[in-house]
Design a protein around this ligand. Structure first.
Ligand SMILES: Cc1cc2nc3c(=O)[nH]c(=O)nc-3n(C[C@H](O)[C@H](O)[C@H](O)COP(=O)(O)OP(=O)(O)OC[C@H]3O[C@@H](n4cnc5c(N)ncnc54)[C@H](O)[C@@H]3O)c2cc1C
Length: 486
């Protein structure tokens, strides 16, 4: 390991370059063991299923250990680690217990710019990693659709990005991590061990990740060369993705789930790779690794509650499809534009109103294309006003026992939580997904029926058994784990 990037002692959230880079839980008070912290409402990014918890924000590993030992002693409602609260559902909530806001642990300890490795605290956000690493010619190996997630949250949900078909999920790039377990001890957890596989995608239930060593991706510029094309319907879309995904590092399709008839499943594909230096125009070559995320041009500073309804979404989808080029090759886009367009709209999760919205994401295995077609037809017939719907092909799975990605087709869509009949409708989709070798993504869930879980996640029994040994008194627990019996 070489240059130390940031070895200053932990301090109050320095990740404030963007208003969204702050925890979505109310400001946690400074930790003082003698103070009984108030119960405050906590939600996921979808703002459904709020619950009350005491939110504590430890500033050192010792403080985390003291809280966890206290939980073990008290035998009360336990604790759950939380990052930036970008899980849509109830994974980082703990009704009546404690929520451990890990964003106070935010040191980047070592950047090895020769080998492309970073050792950092779990509370460091991907946004901050990009700010520090891009000027050195390195990028995070996997990024989700927002960079306002922490390294701990990325491992806890074993997140995937537009490069899953080639790069796998986040945990594939984690060499080791330090985990504070229910007994208050810190364990170094290496790849290829059962504890690693239970923790990657383990939704914070094996303990609090304190640090991680992550392998990075070399880049010459902070730009992406992007090819865009339209697909006329779902079959056209699937054919295009199947035939040519292997040519691209990154690939995703926005899909219009309100289009009907012959246009059902019409889509816009955007695929690309990091731009080499010689692809940039002279002006951009002067500072090729500059990282300048900005608010989307025209985006309001404040999003009014409930702006999106079925009518506006139908119009938006129509416009989005029509303004996309039929085919455009080699467009240069800045990294934030390509990867994180929503981050340019502060608090966009208010768009659906006070009832919030459900992000429903599932994968069905290859060979189950007919099931995917049926599900898309059902969603279309239901008239779900979904604007942020994406379809993607996953590559090989990683070993995390509760890791979501598996070889197959994954569809993610947003649905207003107050859509009439939504609960039974999604229950029926869950059943169709389960019978197509599929599963739903726990980081986005707040409503799945527990009986489907063992069908969707075949290593569930191993996970439960390991947890029972590691944490017999249920120190680490969450609304998600209670609801699903994890
Ligand atoms: C706009 C948007 C786009 C998204 N796009 C994608 C995508 O493309 N792909 C994808 O996979 N996901 C995506 N997500 C979901 C998001 O990446 C995950 O939910 C991620 O886990 C959020 O990280 P976080 O730091 O906010 O963690 P939180 O939401 O706070 O917590 C998520 C889980 O991680 C656990 N956790 C957090 N910190 C720790 C820690 N230190 N130790 C142990 N466990 C911990 C929590 O207990 C919880 O179970 C998206 C979310 C949003 C809002």
């Amino acid at each position: 390991m070489s240059a130390s990037a940031d070895t200053a002692p932990a301090r109050k959230a320095p990740n404030t370059a963007h208003p969204s880079d702050a925890p979505d839980a109310p400001d946690a008070p400074a930790l003082d063991a003698t103070v009984r912290h108030p119960v405050v409402p906590v939600t996921g990014w979808g703002r459904t299923a709020p619950s009350g918890a005491r939110v504590l924000r430890p500033r050192s590993y010792e403080e985390v250990a003291a809280i966890v030992r206290g939980c073990a002693r008290d035998g009360a409602r336990g604790s759950i680690p939380r990052g930036l609260g970008r899980a849509y559902g109830d994974a980082a909530q703990n009704a009546g217990g404690q929520v451990l806001d890990m964003t106070g642990l935010d040191r980047i300890h070592v950047v090895d710019a020769a080998q492309g490795l970073v050792l950092c605290d779990a509370g460091v956000s991907l946004h901050r990693l990009m700010k520090v690493l891009l000027p050195l010619g390195w990028f995070v190996p996997v990024t989700p659709g927002t960079r306002y997630v922490t390294v701990g949250g990325a491992i806890g949900a074993d997140i995937h990005g537009k490069n899953h078909h080639g790069a796998g999920s986040f945990s594939r790039h984690v060499l080791s991590l330090e985990l504070l377990t229910a007994d208050g001890e810190v364990r170094t957890v290496e790849r290829g061990t059962p504890l690693f596989d239970a923790t990657a995608g383990g939704m914070g239930l094996t303990g609090a990740i304190l640090t991680a060593t992550v392998r990075l991706l070399p880049v010459e510029t902070s730009w992406v060369t992007v090819d865009t094309e339209r697909a006329a319907d779902l079959d056209d879309l699937m054919d295009r993705l199947t035939a040519t995904d292997h040519r691209y590092r990154y690939s995703v399709a926005w899909i219009d789930l309100l289009a009907r008839g012959a246009a059902t499943g019409r889509a816009v594909l955007t695929r690309g790779d990091h731009a080499p230096l010689d692809a940039l125009p002279a002006r951009a070559r002067r500072d090729p690794l500059a990282f300048r995320p900005a608010r989307l041009p025209g985006a309001p500073a404040f999003v009014p509650d409930g702006l999106l309804g079925r009518g506006p979404v139908r119009v938006l989808n129509e416009l989005w499809y029509r303004r996309a080029p039929r085919l455009r090759i080699g467009e240069l886009q800045r990294l934030p534009t390509f990867f994180h367009p929503l981050d340019g709209i502060p608090h966009w999760n208010r768009l659906y109103g006070p009832s919030g919205f459900v992000q429903y994401q599932f994968v069905v295995g290859y060979g189950h294309e007919e099931a995917l077609r049926r599900i898309v037809r059902r969603i279309t017939a239901q008239g779900c006003p979904s604007f942020l719907a994406v379809l993607k092909r996953f590559g090989d799975a990683d070993p995390g026992w509760l890791s979501f990605p598996a070889p197959g087709w994954t569809l993610a869509l947003d649905i207003p939580a107050d859509l009439p009949g939504l609960g039974p409708f999604l229950d029926r989709l869950d059943e169709a997904v389960a019978t197509a070798d599929g599963r739903v993504y726990l980081a986005k869930d707040a409503r799945l029926r527990p009986d489907l879980l063992p069908v969707m996640y075949p290593r569930l029994a191993d996970f439960r058994e390991l947890r029972a040994r590691l944490d017999p008194h249920g120190v680490f627990t969450s609304d998600l784990s209670r609801r699903l019996g994890l």
